[in-house]
Every structure is written in structure tokens, then in C-alpha cells.
Design a protein around this ligand. Structure first.
Ligand SMILES: NC(=O)c1ccc[n+]([C@@H]2O[C@H](COP(=O)([O-])OP(=O)(O)OC[C@H]3O[C@@H](n4cnc5c(N)ncnc54)[C@H](O)[C@@H]3O)[C@@H](O)[C@H]2O)c1
Length: 352
């Protein structure tokens, strides 16, 4: 059987994880790589045996033999590249966040409908094995009605700088970069209720804390301590049409004792934590039980999650499965993220 030719647009950090997972999928041929930085594209092409290298994504998309692409570029180009790819008849796996604004998200959704192609948003946490285990419990009613959830992703020192700290290219700071993962995960497990109102606060109080000594953190390739136009921290209370609510807080910098990553759900029959470690809370014979499922990966398994995501994308391209993270969910997530920023700017609750 002929392998499916794929292209990867954007050859930076996360592209390496996509490429590794494509490389492990026996149905895929890594065919072309594109990056504005030619050296970066060439290095990845060499490593993964891709025969074509481009610096202009339109040239990659013009190749009729390419069936699908991963979009691993800065957030400001997710929408235009995804739309161009769909218009060229390609299936698209676009990294999170779907884009920078709700308007862009709706344009991508329109292009998906028009093209009839698959677009999968890179909400990789949905593909984690701990999420899959918990989803089965939820789908079988073990938690009852989930009416409250909490999601936190706090870095005390972790503004990566570079494009991440440039609002023009990123669309925002910790909320749109790391908050999106935990908000989406909680929302997905809550059953994707429609958002009704949002009260949000975004803070620019500490900057990137580049003064801090003796503690290291990840820096983007073009880190420049003097450039930072994104928020340091944000929080929100999101209310849904079904009456459920979600509380969120995120940060790149914060005077917190330690970093934190938690996603917790509370229902009428039970509760659950999917991060930091899969746990199910329940009650039996009037006794409360904290249940620890015995699984290989009680917390998010990075490589395994991406492998599941890429394998699922290929299955969706082949028509064997529906994607778990369709464009409509990307649109709803942009409404939530942009709603938090908007509520903060206006100093009041946003209603939908
Ligand atoms: N799912 C996850 O867990 C996860 C983790 C990290 C990053 N991401 C997402 O992946 C994307 C890339 O992040 P990264 O960490 O790899 O950044 P990066 O800076 O390491 O790489 C981005 C690359 O895209 C290239 N690029 C930008 N615009 C381009 C264009 N128009 N055409 C061609 N190339 C272009 C840049 O030159 C750069 O090499 C972001 O959207 C980010 O949010 C997701």
C-alpha cells in the first residue's frame, strides 16, 4: 500500500514531536518540511528523510501528492496557513491554539466546511491515556452530572520569551499558550457545554522576572529579556448554559511557592483529578473512596499523547475515525480565551 505523504510547516520545537510520531506511523511518509528559517527546515528534513524543503508554505501546499499537513508555526499564522491548506485540498493538524481571534476561528471553520477536509486541533491532552481512561468512567456515568471543575497551570518562573512573549505573534501569554491545554481538557471532560458568561482577569504585574538568579527555565531560541508584551497571569470563572462552572488560573510568572498543573472535576456521583495524577473520588456504603487507577501513565505521557494524536489524525484522514478535536471545539475555545481577555479589559462579565 502506498504511504500517505505528509508535510510539516514550522520546523521548531514541537515539530520534532510531530515528526517523531509520523516517523513511527507505518502508513506515513514524511515528504516535505517548510520553515521561514531554511536551515531549521533542512536539518529536520535530513533527520527524517523528507525529500522537499521550502521556506514558503504555499510552495509546499502546491504539491498535489501531499495529502495532509501539520501546522507547527507561531499562532499568528495558524489560521492563514490552515485555510490555504484546506483550500489546496489537504487535511490539517493545526497546533493549539487554533488561532488568535474568534473571527479567524470562524474563517477556519468555514474553510473546513467548504473543503470537506479533516481539520484536527492539537488539543493533545485529549489524546493522553489518562484522559482516555477517565473519559470511559465519565461516559458510563460514574461521576454523575459534572457541575464544577477547576483547571490550573501555574509557572512561577517560565515566560519563554521570543515569539511567545510577543502578543502580535502569539495572541497572548500563559492563557493562550498553556492555559488552553487545561481549560480545554476540563471543558472536554465536562462534556463540552456551551459557554454562557465569563469573568476574567489578566495581570501584567511582574513582567518576565528575568532578574531572578539560580533558577533556570525554558527560553525560546530568540529570547530577548527586554521584549515582553503578554500578561504574566490570568484567572477566570466560566459559566455554562447547563449551569456548570469552571474556575481557571494560569501564569508565566507568579510569586507562587511552586509550579502547579491540576485539572479537577466534581460531579453529583463522584469527582476526579486527571492532573497531576489520575484519581477518582467516590462514595460506597457511606464511605468516601479515593481510587487510584492502576495504569502505566497516571499523569500526561508527552510522547504517548502525541503518538495517539498523530495516529488518530491519520485514521481521520483515512475516514476510519472522527477526529476527537474538531474545528468547532477550536472555535468554542477561542470564544473562551478571547472572552477572558475581553472581560479583563472591560472590567466586567462578558455574556454570550
Ligand atoms: N501541543 C503542545 O503541547 C505544544 C507545545 C509547544 C508548542 N506548541 C504550539 O506549537 C506551535 C509552535 O511552537 P514551538 O514551540 O515549536 O515554536 P518554535 O519557535 O520552536 O517553532 C516555530 C517555528 O515556526 C516557524 N514559522 C513561523 N511562522 C512561519 C511561517 N509563516 N511559515 C513557515 N514557518 C514559520 C518559525 O521560523 C519557527 O521555526 C505554537 O502554536 C505552539 O503553541 C504546542
Amino acid at each position: 500500500m502506498e504511504k500517505m505523504k505528509i508535510g510539516v510547516i514550522g520546523a521548531g520545537s514541537i515539530s520534532g514531536v510531530h515528526l517523531e510520531a509520523y516517523h513511527n506511523n507505518p502508513e506515513v511518509e514524511i515528504y516535505a518540511i517548510c520553515d521561514l528559517n531554511e536551515e531549521r527546515a533542512k536539518a529536520k528534513a535530513e533527520k527524517y528523510g523528507a525529500s522537499k524543503v521550502f521556506t514558503d508554505y504555499n510552495e509546499l501546499l502546491a504539491l498535489p501528492e501531499i495529502e495532509a499537513v501539520s501546522v507547527c508555526t507561531w499562532n499568528n499564522s495558524h489560521a492563514p496557513i490552515s485555510i490555504a491548506a484546506l483550500n489546496a485540498g489537504k487535511n490539517v493538524l493545526v497546533e493549539k491554539p487554533l488561532c488568535k481571534t474568534v473571527e479567524e476561528a470562524l474563517q477556519v471553520e468555514e474553510a473546513v466546511k467548504r473543503s470537506g477536509k479533516v481539520l484536527q486541533v492539537g488539543f493533545v491532552r485529549r489524546y493522553g491515556s489518562n484522559t482516555k481512561v477517565l473519559k470511559e468512567f465519565i461516559d458510563n456515568g460514574d461521576l454523575g452530572e459534572i457541575y464544577y471543575a477547576k483547571a490550573s497551570c501555574l509557572r512561577r518562573l517560565g515566560n519563554p520569551g521570543g515569539w511567545f512573549a510577543d502578543k502580535e505573534r502569539s495572541g497572548g501569554g500563559p492563557l493562550i499558550d498553556i492555559g488552553v491545554h487545561v481549560i480545554d481538557l476540563a471543558w472536554y471532560l465536562m462534556g463540552r457545554p456551551k459557554v454562557q458568561s465569563i469573568t476574567g482577569n489578566a495581570y501584567n504585574k511582574l513582567g518576565n522576572r528575568n532578574n531572578v538568579k539560580n533558577l533556570s527555565f525554558y527560553r525560546a531560541a530568540d529570547y530577548d529579556a527586554d521584549k515582553n508584551t503578554v500578561e504574566d497571569a490570568a484567572n477566570a470563572l466560566i459559566r455554562f448554559e447547563n449551569g456548570a462552572s469552571l474556575m481557571v488560573d494560569v501564569s508565566f510568572t507568579l510569586h507562587a511557592k511552586k509550579d502547579e498543573l491540576t485539572v479537577k472535576l466534581y460531579g453529583t456521583k463522584g469527582g476526579a483529578e486527571v492532573e497531576p495524577e489520575l484519581t477518582i473520588v467516590t462514595e460506597k456504603y457511606d464511605t468516601i473512596l479515593n481510587v487510584s487507577p492502576q495504569v502505566d501513565h497516571p499523569t500526561f505521557d508527552f510522547a504517548g499523547g502525541f503518538q495517539n494524536e498523530i495516529n488518530h489524525f491519520i485514521d481521520a484522514c483515512k475516514g476510519r475515525k472522527e477526529t476527537l478535536s474538531p474545528v468547532q471545539d477550536g472555535v468554542e475555545m477561542m470564544k473562551i480565551l478571547c472572552g477572558i481577555y475581553e472581560s479583563s479589559e472591560q472590567g466586567k462579565e462578558i455574556r454570550f
